[in-house]
Ligand binder design. Structure first.
Ligand code: MN
Length: 716
């Protein structure tokens, strides 16, 4: 383990402007907070954050990253809080530590490997600062180096699988090949122990047979380039057991068929020399067609540059050769981070602008054009318009940003969506309109007979949820319209003095466009077809008889209403299940004289019978329905009524208004200023009340209030 002074000295060696005091404080703080905690290895726990910080110094990362590494487990595993960290180390460090903590809390709880891709996206989406991701990767690298200390095989397997599926690809995507390879090899040991051992032993066999002649080939390649007057560093090795296994898997070939198990690297001074070396090698050895790739002209999105080719090498073996400059090599091994540090290594002033390389990396990630398959996985900001959430079982669902539990429910299954009654987010009850955040765990609560509410549509953002809600509501409405239409038609017949029978519509009389009776009912219920005209089609003689009767007088047929009592409805005279709206113009409340108007496509709207808006329906008698309020016993719901008041423009006037309403049991649900002068202001107040008596009490109390100049029910 690095000692405190060694770590600080190392950071200062590449970044002389680093804040030594903060580094020292972070080291001591991590030691103090982790206290006597130990790792599976028996080491003191604080050795882990120190090692992680050490790994990051290899990339010459800025002091902020190193401090974050030192503190990265304190919030999750100790008494430390983010507030305290912010106080001690500032806002930026607190934000970085918070980012790493959130990633740590994500656990791959599902075995479904299809989730891996989503998980990688989630990690990227949550790593808004690339340093968060780098600290997390270094954390994982150290945990993998010490994985063998963990006793439970199951736990080792899970961590290793997660490393292969999530973290190694992420290391690849930000261009840190050295970490990717080490992560893969360490995980491979754990996950496929036998496969790895067999590959290692076969490689050993090949070496003993003299077929794996790495050293000889290095000499031959070096000589070949020297003959062309090109100096180079040639290195070679057998490919890693994991990459051999991966290739065997991808190409479904046996080990014996894998001929290019040796890889060689040629490092030269500049780009021109890369192409010279390529020409010399291609002239000296036969090349394997179709394997040449020029990543110098067209770098990979993660910044990787190199020439790749496969040759039939000196001793007749197929060998893979990568040709690149030393700069390119550093980028390949350690990403843009190392490249930047390397280039500016001699100039401390430049390194002082420590985060320059981060911007460079983001530039590369963001500005790579073209439909490269890597691009999607490389752009850090790509997933900023998505959120990733879990079911209680750990299944991951990706949704557009702004999505709510409604979207989540429909994303799980449309039946779940249709039966949703509530949601728990991270274990707590939350409104269905709550906007989801990355990593939220959502438990949808359902009930057998629950139905989607039309208001859901306004807070669903996914097409699937919106379409399902609309379809359901359309079906529901059709059912309502059918029942309503049937009732209207029956009543129209009755009022005309005819008995009603469905037989009259089988077969459908000429002059009626609907093919089925249900369609006709729905048409009438929706107000698209006139019930009176249907009556006149069936009984033409009724035309003259009933022309005079227009508006059904209010208050008639009271006996009928009593019979048609429905305890579930606050309004009597409606068909059960019919859509009912209270008119926004007159805000009827229990006690008011009311009337129902059938509105095309909406159901029935309840107006006060003195509402000015009713005039426009005067010549459409078949739209009018007689209704009345149910008895107060049935109806305990509060209804909104609207008041308009004029108040003196004095301090406390509004306060006394709201106090009086509150004291009298009214609940203000909305309040809007309509006009304000120096003396007075007008205000519209929506108040929830029980009935007309309740409202009258409130109005009387308001009129007795000095600051209230006038108050009345709003009308239209
Ligand atoms: Mn850790």
């Amino acid at each position: 383990m690095m000692r405190q002074f060694e770590l600080v000295e190392k950071v200062v060696s590449y970044d002389p402007s680093a804040d030594e005091a903060s580094l020292n404080r972070a080291y001591v703080y991590a030691m103090k907070m982790h206290g006597s905690q130990t790792r599976a290895s028996g080491d003191p726990y604080y050795s882990h954050p120190v090692e992680v910080a050490g790994i990051l110094t290899e990339l010459k990362l800025d002091a902020g990253s190193i401090i974050t590494a030192l503190l990265h487990d304190t919030v999750e595993d100790t008494e430390a809080t983010l507030e305290e960290i912010e106080k001690l180390f500032g806002h930026e460090i607190a934000r970085l530590v918070d980012g790493v903590t959130k990633l740590t809390r994500l656990e791959l709880t599902s075995d479904d490997s299809k989730q891996a891709e989503n998980f990688r996206k989630l990690v990227l989406a949550m790593s808004q600062d690339i340093r968060v991701l780098l600290v997390k990767l270094a954390d994982r690298l150290h945990n993998m180096r010490t994985l063998h200390f963990i006793k439970k095989q199951e736990k080792r397997q899970r961590i290793a699988a997660e490393t292969l599926e999530i973290y190694a690809p992420l290391a690849e995507r930000i261009g840190i090949a050295a970490w990717r390879e080490e992560l893969q090899d360490l995980a491979f040991r754990e996950v496929h122990t036998e496969a790895r051992e067999s590959i290692v032993s076969r490689l050993k066999q090949l070496r003993e047979d003299g077929q794996s002649a790495v050293d000889t080939i290095i000499r031959d390649l070096t000589d070949c380039l020297l003959e062309g007057a090109l100096t180079s560093d040639v290195s070679g090795r057998e490919k890693s057991p994991y990459s051999i296994w991966d290739k065997m898997k991808r190409k479904a070939v046996e080990f014996e068929q894998l001929s290019d198990i040796m890889a060689f690297r040629v490092l030269v001074d500049d780009t021109t020399a890369c192409y010279q070396a390529l020409g010399l090698l291609h002239a000296a050895y036969p090349l394997v067609p179709g394997r040449f790739k020029d990543y110098i002209s067209v770098p990979k999105p993660n910044g990787y540059q190199s020439l790749h080719t496969v040759l039939i090498g000196p001793s007749g073996h197929r060998i893979e050769v990568q040709i690149r400059t030393r700069d390119m090599h550093d980028t390949a091994e350690f990403g843009v981070a190392a490249h930047w540090s390397y280039k500016d290594g001699g100039d401390p002033r430049q390194i002082g602008e420590s985060l320059h390389w981060v911007r460079q990396l983001l530039d590369i990630l963001e500005n790579t054009a073209g439909a490269d398959e890597f691009l999607e996985h490389t752009k850090l900001d790509l997933y900023q318009d998505m959120v990733f959430c879990f079911t209680p079982k750990g299944d991951l669902h990706s949704l557009p940003r702004g999505a709510t539990p409604i979207d989540f429910a429909y994303s799980v299954h449309s039946e779940i969506g249709n039966r949703t009654v509530g949601a728990r987010i991270n274990g707590r009850h939350k409104p269905l309109r709550t906007v989801l955040e990355n990593g939220d765990q959502i438990e949808i609560q359902t009930a057998k007979n629950a139905k989607p509410s039309p208001t859901w549509e306004s807070y669903a953002v996914t097409g699937k949820a919106k379409a399902c809600i609309r379809r359901f509501i359309r079906q529901e409405k059709r059912q309502e319209f059918m029942e309503l239409g049937k009732a209207i038609l029956e009543r129209t017949f009755r009022q005309g003095g005819y008995s009603y029978s469905e037989k009259a519509f089988n077969p459908m009389p000429d002059g009626i466009k609907s093919e089925k009776l249900d369609d006709l009912y729905a048409q009438i219920g929706e107000g698209l077809t006139s019930a009176v005209e249907v009556l006149h089609t069936v009984h033409p003689e009724a035309k003259n008889k009933h022309k005079a009767e227009k508006v059904v007088p209010i208050g008639r047929a009271r006996e009928q209403r009593k019979k048609a009592k429905d305890d579930a409805l606050p309004i009597q005279g409606l068909i059960p299940g019919m859509a009912v709206h209270y008119a926004g113009c007159c805000h009827p409340i229990p006690g008011d004289q009311i009337v129902g108007i059938v509105i095309s496509g909406k159901g029935v709207t309840i107006h006060r019978s003195d509402c000015d808006m009713l005039q426009q329906f005067a010549d459409q008698p078949d739209r009018w329905i007689e209704v009345s309020w149910g008895s107060a016993k049935d109806d305990t719901a509060h209804r909104v009524s609207r008041l308009q008041a004029t108040l003196a423009n004095l301090p406390g006037a509004l306060g006394s208004l709201t106090t009086v309403i509150g004291r009298n049991g009214g609940n203000i649900s909305d309040l809007k200023f309509t006009n304000r002068t120096t003396d007075f202001f007008d205000v519209l107040i929506d108040v929830e009340v029980e009935d007309i008596k309740h409202l009258t009490n409130i109005i009387a109390a308001l009129r007795a209030t000095p600051a209230v100049n006038s108050v009345d029910r709003a009308r239209g």
